[in-house]
Design a protein around this ligand. Structure first.
Ligand SMILES: Cc1cc2nc3c(=O)[nH]c(=O)nc-3n(C[C@H](O)[C@H](O)[C@H](O)COP(=O)(O)O)c2cc1C
Length: 228
C-alpha cells in the first residue's frame, strides 16, 4: 500500500525544531511529504537552530514555493491525506480562520478544510489575546485541529528532544501515522510493574528512578510539616 501524502507547512512562529523532528519521523512512515516554508519560517529556522532552508527541504519529497498558488496543493483535486502547520504563527492561523488565501500555505489549508481532510495547526504564541482565541475557535468550528506544542510531563521528559517528541507524537497520532517511538500513558507504574509500557523503543525509557516515590500511592506524598 502506498504511503500517505502529507502536506507540511512551516511558518515563522517560534519552534523551528518541531518541523525538523516531524519531517524526520514522517519520512520513516513512508509518507510522501510536500513542504511549504514561509519566509518568516525560514528566518526563525535559522535564528533558532542555525539550519538553512535547504536542510529542512532535504527531508521532504516535494517542496513548493510559498508564492506558487498554481502548485498542486492549491487544488482540491490533488489528493492529500492531511496537512500540518508546524509551527503555526498567529499570522497564518488568522489568515486560515478568515479564508485569506493569498499564499500557498493558507490556500492549501483552506483546500484541506473544504475537502474535509485533516488540518492540524501547531499554533505557538503566549499569552493569547481574545482575537487569537477567536481565530482558533473559527478554525476548530470548520473542522481544523488546534494542536499547540504544549508538552505533557507524564512520561518524565529529561531532554528537549523528549519535550519536542511529546508534541510530535500526538500529531503523528492525529494523522494515523504513529510509529514505534510514540510514547503513551498507560497508567501509573505500580509497585509490581514499574515498567508500564509507554514506548516500544527500548532506547526510550520512562522508567527513571522512581525508587523514592511510589506514583501509584498518593498517600505516600505527605506534607513535610503537618504539625499545625
Ligand atoms: C524569532 C522569532 C520568533 C517568533 N515567534 C513567533 C511566535 O511564537 N508566534 C507567532 O505567531 N509569531 C512569531 N513570530 C512572528 C512571525 O514570524 C511573524 O508574524 C510573521 O509575519 C509570520 O509570517 P508567516 O505566518 O507567513 O510565517 C516570531 C518571529 C521571530 C523573528
Amino acid at each position: 500500500m502506498p504511503g500517505l501524502r502529507i502536506v507540511v507547512a512551516v511558518t515563522g512562529a517560534s519552534g523551528a525544531v518541531y518541523p525538523l523532528r516531524l519531517l524526520e519521523r514522517l519520512r520513516r512512515t513512508g509518507a510522501e511529504i510536500h513542504l511549504v516554508l514561509s519566509r518568516a519560517g525560514e528566518k526563525t529556522l535559522f535564528l533558532e537552530t542555525g539550519r538553512k532552508a535547504a536542510e529542512l527541504k532535504a527531508l521532504a519529497h516535494h517542496c513548493w514555493p510559498m508564492e506558487d498558488i498554481s502548485a498542486p496543493l492549491a487544488s482540491g483535486s490533488f489528493r492529500t491525506d492531511g496537512m500540518v502547520v508546524a509551527p503555526c504563527s498567529i499570522h497564518t492561523l488568522s489568515a486560515i480562520a478568515w479564508g485569506i488565501s493569498s499564499n500557498l500555505i493558507v490556500r492549501a489549508a483552506d483546500v484541506t478544510l473544504k475537502e474535509r481532510r485533516r488540518l492540524i495547526l501547531m499554533v505557538r504564541e503566549s499569552p493569547f489575546h481574545l482575537g487569537h482565541l477567536r481565530a482558533m475557535t473559527a478554525v476548530a468550528e470548520m473542522g481544523g485541529i488546534i494542536a499547540p506544542p504544549i508538552p505533557g510531563f507524564y512520561n518524565q521528559p529529561s531532554t528537549i528532544e523528549d519535550l519536542v517528541d511529546s508534541s510530535v507524537d500526538r500529531v503523528l497520532d492525529l494523522l494515523g501515522l504513529a510509529d514505534e517511538d510514540v510514547r503513551r500513558w498507560s497508567g501509573p507504574p505500580s509497585a509490581a510493574g514499574r515498567d508500564r509500557v509507554v514506548s516500544n523503543n527500548p532506547a526510550v525509557s520512562n522508567n527513571k528512578d522512581q525508587s523514592s516515590a511510589d506514583a501509584s500511592d498518593p498517600e505516600s506524598d505527605e506534607c513535610a510539616d503537618d504539625s499545625d
